[in-house]
Design a protein around this ligand. Structure first.
Ligand code: G3P
Ligand code: MG
Length: 227
């Protein structure tokens, strides 16, 4: 079972920061998941549309400039990184799962990835783009059918993993509270990987492994090795 560092090694380090990502790399995580929003046409790595929970600032991202966002402390003196900085740091060392949060992220992301492929040597096969917004995934698929897509769901759909197949996704990313044997079977029959979020204890990880889950999103990638 693959271990994907959720928001970096966010259990012990401030989530979605370069520090947390560096620690996930040191932990030899099979993948690293991060969340992105668009601010001033630049993709920044942060989970919430409101900066209050994860930084020393307040307010909505949409009311802040990029400069203001970059002045915030995201914990332990860390900045809110740009996606560019993360691509530079990860440098194809592991799979990078970019979760698109804002509805305006698809176009700037595709543009940035093109630039990263040319200027940083970013390898498209080391990327996995995911979102709860399946319209964004559909839009991306049309333009970059070569990049892996992860279809996120926080429910147990009536037709199980059919929506992910329809999107031409590589994986389905399920909430641990809803995943069941039928979902896993259906996804596997469709050739989809099944990844489950967010798993932070050994008992749940072992149960999911027995059920045949292929990967877990975990805030403790180093510890998860021994689970
Ligand atoms: O991508 C897996 C997981 O991160 C989805 O939920 O809210 O933690 O971004 P969330
Ligand atoms: Mg996420």
């Amino acid at each position: 079972m693959q271990i994907i560092a959720h928001r970096g090694a966010s259990g012990f380090y401030p989530e979605n920061t370069l520090l947390a990502i560096e620690q996930a790399l040191l932990a030899k995580a099979d993948g690293i998941e991060i969340d992105v929003f668009c601010v001033d046409n630049t993709l920044v790595v942060i989970h919430d549309e409101d900066v209050s929970r994860t930084t020393n600032g307040t307010g909505l991202l949409q009311n802040l400039t990029l400069q203001q966002v970059q002045q915030l402390d995201a914990g332990s003196g860390q900045q809110v990184p740009t996606l560019w900085q993360v691509l530079q740091l990860v440098n194809n060392q592991t799979l990078l799962n970019i979760e698109l949060k804002g509805a305006d992220t698809a176009e700037p992301l595709l543009e940035l990835l093109k630039k990263a492929e040319t200027e940083l040597g970013t390898e498209p096969e080391k990327l996995l783009l995911s979102s709860f917004n399946h319209h964004l995934l559909k839009q991306i698929k049309k333009q970059r059918p070569d990049i892996k897509l992860g279809a996120l769901t926080a429910s147990l759909p009536l037709d199980y993993a059919a929506f992910a197949s329809e999107l031409g996704a590589w994986s389905v990313h399920c909430d641990k509270g809803f995943i069941d044997q039928q979902m896993i079977q259906d996804a596997h029959q469709r050739g989809l990987q099944v990844w489950v979020y967010t798993v932070n204890d050994a008992a749940t990880a072992q149960k999911l492994q027995q059920l045949g889950v292929d990967g877990i999103f975990c805030n403790y990638p180093l510890q998860a090795r021994s689970w």
